[in-house]
Design a protein around this ligand. Structure first.
Ligand SMILES: NC(=O)c1ccc[n+]([C@@H]2O[C@H](COP(=O)([O-])OP(=O)(O)OC[C@H]3O[C@@H](n4cnc5c(N)ncnc54)[C@H](OP(=O)(O)O)[C@@H]3O)[C@@H](O)[C@H]2O)c1
Length: 261
């Protein structure tokens, strides 16, 4: 067992605290993937983002079981592939078996399914949440219009929308739209889609004795967003969660916001 990093958490409906930095596991598989997962636990990550589509739920389950980490100290997300719409119950059961757990903390619809399935899939998600198979349920890659349809049909907004986010994609109106609907935003691909050589990021990083990557990750937290970041390299895995010892001023945040223009 290792010590959790002092990462802030956002409260999802139902009083489920979600650590605001999650370890992304796209392309984290097999022996090297399990080593990266062990390095993530050692560095203090307690939020792991996987998906049925990533083909690594069993690797995550294996590492969690052998780590001795208490289940209730972990926050585990997995996702339903849109091709499995209509087979929610069986797909979640297979995920839980692979992960070696009775419940996930967050279950997401990975991509919007065919239009006619949008509401039926959401109803099934709510039912499985009510049965205790997922503590919270949400969506990924949904537009605000699609979220509104879920709310109109069921009165229940997704706890989370997981979307691509980075300085280049900053959109204040989209963030505000989620906030108005009570939907927490999780950003993915924060580094992959960022010019880490940007002079703006370099200057801000130098002022905090940090790297450009750390500044980008911290910028998400300043906006009250959760961020998912993947690395297979132990030094980067540790550095990417070491963003709680400094903060950005409102002026620095604004200078990063305008990189999207
Ligand atoms: N819901 C969805 O549709 C969706 C889509 C995409 C991603 N996601 C989730 O979000 C997670 C994160 O997104 P992502 O993996 O696409 O992108 P990301 O975390 O922004 O970028 C990962 C890439 O950045 C490199 N990297 C990591 N730390 C670095 C650092 N400190 N300095 C320089 N380079 C660094 C990694 O290389 P090394 O491994 O060599 O360090 C890797 O090539 C995914 O793993 C997945 O869990 C969800």
């Amino acid at each position: 067992m290792t010590e959790a990093a002092a990462v802030p958490a956002v409260d999802l409906p139902g009083g489920v605290p979600m650590p605001m930095i999650g370890f992304g596991t796209w392309l984290i598989r097999g022996k090297g993937g399990r080593e990266a997962l062990r390095a993530a636990l050692a560095a203090g990550y307690r939020h792991i983002d996987t998906a049925t589509m990533y083909g690594n739920e069993a690797d995550v389950g294996h590492v969690l079981a052998s780590s001795g980490q208490a289940r209730d100290e972990m926050f585990i997300t997995t996702k339903l592939p849109s091709g499995k719409a209509g087979r929610e119950r069986a797909t979640l059961a297979a995920s839980l078996r692979a992960l070696g757990t009775d419940y996930v903390d967050l279950w997401l619809v990975h991509w919007p399914p065919a239009d006619r399935m949008l509401i039926p899939v959401w109803r099934e998600f709510l039912a499985l949440r009510d049965e205790g198979r997922a503590r919270a349920v949400g969506v990924s890659n949904y537009s605000l219009a699609q979220i509104d349809r879920l709310i109109e049909a069921t009165g229940q907004p997704p706890a989370v929308n997981q979307i691509s986010w980075s300085p280049g994609r900053y959109d204040a109106a989209l963030l505000a739209g989620h906030r108005e609907r009570g939907v927490a935003v999780e950003g993915y691909s924060p580094l992959k889609r960022t010019n880490l050589a940007s002079p703006v990021l370099a200057k801000i990083a130098a002022a905090h004795d940090a790297t450009a990557s750390q500044v980008v990750l911290r910028w998400h937290l300043e906006h009250g967003m959760t961020v998912l970041v993947k690395s297979a390299q132990p030094e980067r895995i540790a550095a990417n969660i070491d963003v709680v010892s400094f903060s950005l001023s409102p002026d620095e945040v604004a200078r990063i916001d305008v990189l999207s223009r």
